[in-house]
Design a protein around this ligand. Structure first.
Ligand code: HEC
Length: 297
């Protein structure tokens, strides 16, 4: 079938084939690259926040707590708790910067002292994963919530120090000021080395994702219009330089073949088609001479 097609159709079919294969390959590879780049960009934001929060916790533990330990025997000072300072600092970041309003930090805990740290269903599943696989040190993924897509990083919270149990083992062991404030039901019964919760950082993903979608559309549009212009240009050049001159030659050859010696092959330049026209012209001359000779006899 392909053999019987006209030149222009053949070329157009080949070029359109290249367009389709080329564009789909580009779309697949670019989709993958953009996905990885987007994920890296979002993940690095979450990672920096996570490390910052852990530094805040370290600072509270190593510098604030020792300074205030004596005062905290008399009255409860939540400021001396790493969990408390990390959350307060994160809240202040969110409240003072509208662009961070959709960022979240939580010490999601199965049996929390402060009920607002209680893990929701989704977070509880992650905590269970950390409990069942103690070698798992981090989980990260996208999560869809009503406000849009979030990316989260979760790390296990493990009770590594005996000193934690002072407040988190039994109400009898805990400082009375803590019990007075938080009651006797929540945040007790934790064991040494137990994984009690997960530290979660969530950052919004929708702006970065939609930016990378826009980039994808723009690049695809530019590349498609370049390829379509090339197809149109090749079509035009093929028509001007090959198809039209060939049609002229075959029209004249047709006339000559039925005995019309008045028509002549045009000068078509010095390219291969021009050479063909020249050869035809010489052939027609020889034919005319041969016919003259025959007619004279
Ligand atoms: C002086 C008592 C005390 C000590 C010691 C203590 N905590 Fe707490 N912890 C608390 C209180 C009180 C809260 C609730 C603070 C709040 O209002 O957010 C809390 C909250 C937490 C939370 C957040 C979840 C929840 O229960 O609300 C985690 C996680 C936590 N502590 C882990 C630890 C670890 C790990 C250690 C040891 C390094 C430790 N705590 C030592 C009193 C203590």
């Amino acid at each position: 079938m392909f053999k019987n097609w006209k030149l222009r159709k053949k070329f157009t079919a080949i070029l359109v084939g290249i367009l389709i294969v080329g564009l789909s390959t580009l779309a697949i590879t670019m989709g993958l690259i953009l996905k990885i780049a987007t994920e890296n960009q979002i993940a690095s934001k979450a990672q920096i926040l996570m490390e910052t929060m852990n530094s805040v916790r370290d600072y509270t533990n190593s510098q604030i707590r020792p300074e205030l330990i004596e005062r905290s025997q008399e009255e409860f000072l939540p400021e001396t708790l790493p969990t408390y300072s990390a959350r307060e600092i994160f809240e202040s970041l969110r409240n003072n910067n509208p662009e961070y309003r959709d960022f979240f930090y939580k010490a999601a805990t199965l049996n929390p002292t402060n009920l607002r740290d209680r893990a929701d269903k989704f977070e509880a599943e992650i905590v269970e994963r950390f409990i069942s696989d103690p070698d798992l040190k981090e989980v990260s993924d996208f999560r869809n919530i009503s406000g849009g897509q979030l990316f989260f990083i979760a790390r296990p919270i493990q009770i590594k120090k005996e000193s934690c149990l002072e407040c988190h083992s039994t109400p009898e062991n805990a400082p009375p000021s803590v019990v007075e404030r938080y009651g006797t039901t929540n945040g007790f019964g934790w064991q040494l080395n137990e994984i009690v919760g997960a530290q979660m950082i969530s950052v919004p993903a929708h702006t970065v994702v939609s930016q990378s979608r826009q980039l994808f559309v723009v690049i695809m549009a530019i590349v498609s219009s370049i390829i379509v212009s090339i197809i149109l240009l090749v079509n035009y050049l093929l028509n001007q330089n090959v198809i039209r001159p060939l049609k002229k030659i075959s029209r004249v050859a047709e006339e000559v073949s039925v005995g019309n010696m008045e028509v002549d092959f045009e000068e078509l330049g010095k390219d291969e088609i021009g050479n063909l026209a020249d050869a035809f012209r010489r052939m027609k001359l020889s034919l005319a001479m041969a016919m003259n000779r025959l007619n004279k006899r």
